[in-house]
Design a protein around this ligand. Structure first.
Ligand code: UDX
Length: 453
């Protein structure tokens, strides 16, 4: 830590792995710049406080039942969390502010930084006279564009003719109509109301922080600044400064690193769908056969509980497991950033969560896109059609398609061109986070801004 600047920031992550990682990385950045850090968190998916002895952790009751936490409907869970955490969070924050005013706490609390998914925090911060900044875990273009979803629903976007499925969507570029179809399918009217509130609370905040940069989000950043008229910070992919391993909720299986050491350069396809995506048993089998038939080595993350109807992979036929073990390795959770950095990795079959997408870009690993929901469809379009640093499976989870995509990416000249473009993108983003790069400068502005409260 730099010398303490006498200021404390209060952080409040949303309890999802993809949101906890950037928040804890931001905590480490701010701590290294002299801020003391208090993390208020839910009981559900509580970060491991023992991994961060330099921060204060305060747990609030979220009143989620076992069944609530097993629910795959993330939107429903967020609605519940917003309802149930409001009062305990208010009590916790009020106490913290009181103790800082009465002098029991030596430092002054400068601001609250919470995930933009919390919508009750802005009115609360206003009432307590505390500046609040929102951290956004998605790409800027998704954040800006997704507020149009209630309007698209009102205009009765669905159903879609077959002939128009691939048409571009001007209001939410570079989505295609079939992507919006999937988005509106998962999105409910309850979520429309939530999005409208989220828009208002984001606009009323003291600033927005993105884990992106001008090089990845230039137009959307300009548009967001124009529309929101508040300070906007794009501080770059946060893992480039501090690794996310310490905030992993699951234990990372390190045995995959010595296994990778035995593989040839750029020969292995890494397969992982993040912390939330569930897959069906038939999808699991198609993936297994696609990987085996590609005849490339593969490292495959299958989370416990992610295969619908099974605990893990106990139902995988024995003969298939033998084939898998000849060419590949399955783990329950990997040290992803270490894996992507490894010289043996040649491609990443991914769900395109924003963290995974930027982690792959920062290591120059080209992708095969298999997005499932929410912001993943937009990220996949950027990867495959705008930056052209990956191939898109277009949701065809079939063994032949998977085998073909792997071969195109790892063995054919098409793959070489993709890899070259990825190398250039990696360098651009790398320059942005280095001293005097645009993301670096934005971080400096953020630190100055928070210090000024
Ligand atoms: C979700 C959404 O999918 C994502 O798009 C949104 O922006 C945040 O919430 P998630 O599905 O978990 O996140 O995906 P992603 O954003 O990619 O985050 C996953 C994180 O878990 C990454 O930081 C990755 O490095 C880590 N991870 C993943 C591991 O540490 N080990 C693994 O085996 C897999």
């Amino acid at each position: 830590m730099e010398k303490s600047n006498g200021l404390r920031v209060i952080l409040f992550p949303s309890p999802l792995q993809g949101c906890i990682n950037p928040m804890i990385q931001l905590a480490k950045i701010l701590y290294s710049r002299g801020f003391s850090v208090t993390v208020i968190h839910t009981r559900f998916n509580a970060p491991k406080s023992s991994n961060h002895p330099l921060f204060n952790f305060l747990e609030i009751e979220d009143s989620l039942s076992e069944a609530d936490t097993r629910n795959h409907d993330i939107n429903l869970m967020l609605t519940l969390l917003n309802q149930r955490c409001e009062s305990p969070f208010r009590d916790c924050l009020t106490k913290l502010l009181q103790s800082s005013e009465t002098g029991e706490e030596k430092q002054r609390i400068s601001c609250l930084i919470d995930d933009s998914q919390w919508i009750f925090t802005q009115p609360l911060a206003n009432s307590l006279n505390l500046p609040r900044l929102a951290l956004i875990a998605t790409k800027v273009s998704f954040f800006l564009g997704h507020f149009v979803l209630p309007k698209l629903r009102r205009e009765r976007y669905l159903p879609l003719q077959d002939s128009e499925r691939d048409d571009p969507v001007e209001e939410f570029w570079p989505h295609r109509k079939k992507d919006i179809n999937r988005l509106l399918d998962e999105e409910s009217e309850i979520l429309d109301e939530y999005l409208n509130q989220n828009y208002e609370t984001s606009k009323a905040s003291s600033g927005l922080i993105f884990m992106s940069c001008e090089e990845l989000d230039q137009d959307s950043l300009a548009q967001t600044r124009k529309e929101f008229q508040i300070p906007i910070f794009a501080i770059g992919p946060s893992h480039t400064r501090f690794s996310a391993s310490s905030s992993s909720l699951l234990t990372q299986d390190e045995t995959c690193i010595p296994w990778l050491d035995q593989q040839e350069d750029k020969s292995v396809i890494y397969v992982s769908f993040g912390s939330l995506v569930p897959i069906s048993e038939s999808e699991l089998l198609e993936m297994a056969w696609g990987l085996i038939n590609s005849d490339q080595p593969f490292l495959w993350v299958i989370r416990v509980g992610s295969v619908n109807g099974s605990k893990w992979i106990e139902d995988m036929p024995e003969e298939l497991m033998e084939r898998i073990n000849k060419k590949g390795k399955i783990v329950k959770w990997a040290p992803q950033q270490e894996v992507l950095k490894h010289r043996a990795i040649g491609g990443y079959l991914t769900h395109n969560g924003w963290n995974s997408t930027v982690e792959s870009i920062c290591e120059g690993v080209p992708m095969i896109c298999l997005p499932y929901f929410w912001d993943q469809m937009l990220n996949a379009r950027f990867v495959s059609e705008v930056w052209r640093v990956g191939l898109h499976l277009e949701n065809r989870i079939e063994r032949n398609e998977i085998e073909r995509a792997i071969k195109r990416l790892l063995l054919e000249t098409e793959g070489e061109a993709i890899r070259e473009r990825m190398e250039l993108l990696k360098e651009k983003v790398g320059r942005s986070v280095k001293e005097n790069g645009l993301a670096y400068q934005s971080l400096e502005h953020l630190v100055d801004y928070i210090s000024s409260f």
